[in-house]
Design a protein around this ligand. Structure first.
Ligand SMILES: [Zn+2]
Length: 61
């Protein structure tokens, strides 16, 4: 169970890594993530290969 009533704001917020071709949700990253040069294959949608680029916790497409 997670206590959302805490006055402390969580340091990390999660967002989806989304396939740039078909917009399928692929993975989760937090708001401090940095990522590039990671190539994955979309397994939940189109099956195409794409690079995961995350700068300052935001995915670039
Ligand atoms: Zn896809």
């Amino acid at each position: 169970m997670t206590d959302y009533s805490s006055p402390q704001i969580p340091a990390l917020r999660r967002s989806w890594v989304i396939c740039p071709y078909c917009k399928a949700k692929f993975a989760l990253h937090d708001n401090k993530a940095e990522c590039r040069g990671v190539f994955v294959k979309c397994t939940r949608g189109c099956g195409k290969e794409f690079e995961i680029i995350i700068v300052n916790g935001k995915q670039k497409r």
